[in-house]
Design a binder for this molecule. Structure first.
Ligand SMILES: [Zn+2]
Length: 280
């Protein structure tokens, strides 16, 4: 499952490859969009919103109009979920995933294309109605709408909920995945299963989340520690069984789920039992 900064990079890569270009062809390989043909449409921009991706396009002959009739703008909304990926290819590049996993192929007139594989969500909506598909998200850690006070208030609205679950809830703040939630809980010395109300410095945690994603969005590989050499990129995530970088206690691994959300898959947490004593 990608983190918000992963999705931001995917959007930036596709924006650089496609923005301003007209599509020579499109090939949607999902039944609901099988007849959609976007050849002649112009890619205006590709942006991320939390962990969601939006390709915004203008209809043929409408891209230059100032007030751009809203009905002539559409957005391809996609989400990578667990397995998805987008690949940008030059005219002679090979696909990095099997063809049967391709869900959409967008080919620009210059031969550059973007292929979406195994996307968890793929739909097309009028750009003016993007709110229907991403409007539920809390403030985006990497977006123009970032609002730390609102993010903190959202988290506090359910003070008894485990902080490790509240941070993953994209309606509170958008962009945190499994890695950042483990790292943030370690940095603020709170066990992921502890209630939100038990976090001593929640505003500091929210501010740090923003700082970490901002710092990592343009890096080739994620680092939340600011040091420790090439293999020292995390405090606890992916380090189960290894010594804590603070206190040398063995890092533990567990899963954290929510009884009320039976369909929500339990996911890994990593923590130091000494720096982050379990609640109770
Ligand atoms: Zn420790």
């Amino acid at each position: 499952m990608p983190e918000g900064d992963d999705v931001w990079r995917v959007a930036a890569r596709m924006h650089a490859a496609l923005a301003g270009k007209r599509l020579a062809s499109s090939d949607f390989r999902v039944p609901s969009l099988a007849t959609l043909d976007l050849s002649g449409w112009t890619v205006l921009e590709v942006v991320s919103r939390g962990k969601h991706l939006l390709h915004r396009l203008a209809a043929p002959d409408s891209a230059d109009s100032d007030d751009g009739a809203t009905e002539a703008r559409i957005s391809i909304h996609s989400h990578l979920k667990m397995e998805g990926s987008w690949q940008v290819l030059g005219p002679s590049d090979r696909w990095h995933k099997p063809a049967h996993t391709a869900r959409v192929v967008l080919k620009a007139e210059d031969g550059v294309s973007a292929v979406g594989f195994s996307l968890g969500i793929l739909e097309v909506v009028p750009t003016a109605e993007e709110g229907h598909v991403v409007g539920h998200l809390g403030p985006d850690l990497l977006g123009a709408d970032w609002d730390p006070e609102l993010a903190e208030a959202n988290l506090r609205s359910r003070p008894d909920r485990a902080i490790g679950l509240a941070l993953l809830d994209q309606q509170n703040l958008a962009g945190i995945g499994n890695i950042y939630r483990s790292e943030l809980c370690f940095l603020f010395r709170v066990h992921p299963a502890a209630p939100v109300a038990a976090v001593a410095d929640l505003s500091g945690l929210v501010t740090t989340a923003h700082r970490l994603l901002e710092a990592n969005k343009a890096r080739p590989s994620r680092n939340t520690t600011g040091g420790y050499g090439p293999r020292g990129d995390s405090w606890v995530y992916g380090r189960a069984g290894q010594p804590c970088r603070r206190c040398r206690t063995r890092i533990e691994h567990a899963t954290l789920g929510e009884p009320a959300a039976a369909l929500q898959r339990e996911r890994d947490i990593c923590y130091c039992p000494s720096c982050q004593p379990p609640p109770g």
